[in-house]
Design a protein. Sequence first.
Lengths: 572, 266
Amino acid sequence: MANSYTDIPEIKFHMEHPMMQRIVELKERNFEDKGKYDYAPEDFEDAMDSYDKVLEVVGDINANVIAPNAEDVDAEGPHCENGRVRYAAKTYENLDATRKAGLNGMTMPRRYEGLNLPVSVYTAANEIVSAGDAGFENIWSLQDCIETLYCFGNEEQRKKYIPRVCAGETMSMDLTEPDAGSDLQSVMLKATYDEKEDCWRLNGVKRFITNGDSDIHLVLARSEEGTRDGRGLSMFIYDKRNGGVNVRRIENKMGIHGSPTCELTYKNAKAELCGDRKLGLIKYVMSLMNGARLGIAAQSVGIEQAAYEEALAYAQDRKQFGKEIINFPAVYDMIATIKAKLDAGRSLLYQTARYVDIYKALEDIARERQLTPEERKELKQFSRLADAFTPLAKGMNSEFANQSSYDAIQVHGGSGFMLEYKCQRIYRDARITSIYEGTTQLQTVAAIRYVTNGTYTSVINDMIAEVKANPAVAAYSNYVARIEAMAQKLEECIDYVKAQENQDVLDFSARKLYEMTAYTIMSLLVLQDTMRNAELFTKSLVIFVNHAESEVARHQNYIHCMNAEVLENYKQ
Amino acid sequence: MLKIIVLAKQVPDTRNVGPEAMTPEGTVNRAALPAVFNPEDLNALEQAIRLKEQNPGSTITMLTMGLPKAAEVLREGLYRGADKGILLTDRALGGADTLATSYTLAQAIKKVGEYDIILCGRQAIDGDTAQVGPQVAEKLGLTQITYTEEILECTKEKIVARRHIDGGVETVEAPLPIVVTVNGSAAPCRSRNVKRVMANKKAEFTTWGAADIDADPAQIGKAGSPTNVKAVKSIVFKAKESKSLTGSDEDINNLMKELIESNTIG
């Protein structure tokens, strides 16, 4: 029987990364849940075995329920009826299967009925589900909004909401409005305190809300009258059981049809404040967004995997000029490049997830006791790494998902343009990934300070040193040299741009510097992966470094053509 | 609160038969066929889990007879919603036909003691006899409903079930305790539940041998099996049994006539 986890050894490879030792140690805290909960692990091996078995269940459900339903869900889409969402019929089958399998509240502590899984494992589940149906993945993975409620809500709210999410209730994050998209400081949905009922009331409109008719909403609203910027915004919890929020319409989208994107009207909707007033955007939405961005990175990797499988299967089957088209260099070039980017992007995704795991687990421990100075240092280090890597993982993988699904159609030729083939849905589904939860351009904005302040450069240097210290390095000295040359080009370009002391030139060159950084880091990651498992990754190392090297050189050329004077020609 | 017993069998996966499925001597090559949970027993398990959901406090006990590795189906049952498993394993039980098997299972069920409903698949994919469920009911003196597609209602006193019959369905009502065999057209079994997987991956099972169930040695295993397999043949359909048509009007007309005459269509 097909299984989308056990059939893809590359995912399991990342689940067995050496950093898992530390992650499990922090997440399980000396296995203190052992004996308290029958599903808690006894030791490291037991925990790792449980993760493996959980992902096997995800792989089973994806291969046998979610993926086979994807085309029907895409064709039907959700319906808006009397202010409520009715999902496509097969979406309910998917939800039923994931709920019965208990795949909810995956990262939540056991005391709230969660599975207490590391973010890395949840990320793998996310990737797997997305490969089956990226639209359904949206609905299902919004469960991770609960992280924000767990981090910033009070104990009463945790006890009230987390078990409900663990039991399969769905979530949404209601942020954007007609006039507040990328610029969330402009959010105007009004929150007023109702003295009589001792609760908050929400009034206004939200737009482009994914899964907007969910059971539990996190809402960004303006609680401070007279304010106009982010400092007047707070975060609220709206419970659908209380009523007051209706779906005015569902957007008619290009892709991810299974996921209802809603316009919501709030009419005196009762809500609870989550955390402190005025920290809604500044602190809580930033946390929500970082989680969501990692989620989109995982969704993108899933789409890349699906694009790869479709392209490969078609090319192996389709015959032209007397042979299967996979035998033509022009075709295998495309497929091999899709696979190399997939392996590199996936490696970046899990490296980011592991960084998130370590800092989040330490942050959680800090809620119970004071951290030791070493732990504080570790927290700071990994929190910074997670912040730096998240925009790379999201931006690069979403662009890869677009490029790879484009190429998957190209491999199909004319058939790829026909709606009968899966690759066209994958292509449509991929398109949003580089837009929502911050466009690639905004990922660049988030990353550029780490480019210019030397964070990435120091990560790259550390990685090079680590690779050089690996006893297996002798066989890869050629790659080390080539990657070092990329890193030098990057440094040289950073200096070149900085020396111009012109903000516009820096902003203009940012995307190129960002990509040069990402290609260098991904090359190093694929090299490290190959050192751990040559059989699985050697081909991708060869192909990816070829690709990355040419991209870095291309960007270097472009950056060198750029100055304030040249930039004038671009202004529209 | 219902006490439910599910009978399950580990079988060779005859749905995925490769070229090595038969030995040159014409017997089944068990090593080449992965062992799986008999598919219709999974349909039965799903009905059991639904009953348990509808009647909080109910328990599901899985019972299987086979080699020690048949415990895998018990574990699978626990992963999906069963509460405990009993493995009947003993060299003396080997080589049993349906008569000896149903006797052994009935003895084990008597030892379990309390039960309201015994569920099992209609038949196993290795033997395809559909005899064990009904024989268990006979040996325990219980009512039986076979070919069940869905249990519509079940209380401590009575059960209402929809059966799959030739050309349609029929809804029947019967008193408890009862044996219910479930058809492959019933709802498929839900997948594993991850909390149950983590909690039960190391679960241990009660193991019973012939002596534990007070079995009469003459009625179990090979000794208790009047059925003897004379030979198993691998039948390969040859091309001469098929017919090629050109697609011409004449060929199609002739085929239509032939099919109408043989009452295949029309």
